[in-house]
Write a protein that binds this ligand. Structure first.
Ligand SMILES: NC(=O)c1ccc[n+]([C@@H]2O[C@H](COP(=O)([O-])OP(=O)(O)OC[C@H]3O[C@@H](n4cnc5c(N)ncnc54)[C@H](OP(=O)(O)O)[C@@H]3O)[C@@H](O)[C@H]2O)c1
Length: 255
């Protein structure tokens, strides 16, 4: 499905990003695995892809810095011979109630989550526009469309990604560039371990229509679909991958 294509996945060293790298490589794409600090983890992803017969390189860079994003795109083109797919996956959380939240916690989350999407998109667009083709998949969250106690900074960053996805799709369509977003619910990774591994995890599970968390591979498969020609007529779409969470009214069961 993606033979001859090159993909750059931000935050590809673990969690959902790793699953995305492996899913894209499994369909023939050469993959640039971006990481910020986890070099060994990124090297492990590259090794796993190569062992399965694929092609990958690890590329360091902080998505919150525009200069790094620009370098990551240039290195991908140089080392893998092109760029066709950008997956903006890197993300962090620093949960706190607004009243207790340090201004830095607000800004850090915005700078990495939303700033990272802006920086990498801007850096890749020049290349995509020149080539008159490109696909961008943003990994957002259901939180960007709903309220959640203690996650105002994270939810705002994801809401910004959702709005940005639509606007970017409008601007890029004339260049044959598609831009969509995947909105995961809960998938057990380091990012949400505090929510899914403790007692709170049971409370969340009870409320999910499908009564289970999503595997990272289940998120990755939808990213793969949006990155591939199978979704050629889709742009500006926000796709929930959440076990039914977004379909709920959120008021509990009827009496
Ligand atoms: N897990 C969920 O339930 C869930 C739900 C909804 C949405 N999401 C979204 O899915 C995406 C992946 O989350 P995850 O659960 O897989 O998280 P994770 O396991 O914590 O992995 C985060 C990845 O992002 C990288 N990263 C963090 N800050 C970075 C930066 N400034 N520059 C470059 N890379 C950076 C990390 O690399 P280093 O280790 O090198 O820093 C790591 O590879 C995020 O956007 C998250 O918001 C996750």
């Amino acid at each position: 499905m993606l033979e001859g294509r090159v993909a750059l996945v931000t935050g590809g060293s673990r969690g959902i990003g790793r699953a995305i790298c492996e899913a894209l490589a499994g369909e023939g794409a050469a993959v640039a695995v971006n990481y910020r600090s986890g070099k060994q983890q990124a090297d492990d992803v590259v090794a796993a892809i190569e062992q399965a017969g694929g092609r990958a390189v690890a590329i360091a860079g902080d998505v919150a810095e525009y200069g790094d994003a620009d370098t990551m795109v240039a290195q991908t083109v140089e080392r893998l011979g092109g760029l066709h797919v950008l997956v903006n996956n890197a993300g962090i959380s620093q949960d706190a109630l607004i009243y207790n939240m340090e201004p830095d916690a607000w800004l850090d989350v915005m700078r990495v989550n939303f700033g990272g999407v802006f920086n990498c998109t801007k850096a890749a667009l020049g290349h995509f526009m020149k080539e008159r083709e490109g696909v961008i998949v943003n990994v957002s969250s259901v939180m960007g469309e709903r309220g959640w106690t203690g996650e105002s900074n994270y939810a705002a960053s994801k809401g910004a990604i959702n709005a940005f996805t639509r606007c970017c799709a409008m601007e890029a369509a004339r260049f044959n560039i598609r831009v969509n977003a995947v909105l995961p619910g809960f998938s057990p990774t380091e990012l949400v371990a505090g929510l899914t591994e403790k007692e709170g995890g049971k409370g969340i599970l009870k409320q999910l229509p499908m009564k289970r968390f999503g595997d990272v591979e289940e998120i990755a498969r939808v990213v793969l679909f949006l990155a591939s020609p199978a979704s050629n007529y889709m742009t500006g779409s926000l796709v929930n991958v959440d076990g039914g969470a977004m379909a709920m009214c959120g008021l509990g069961k009827p009496l």
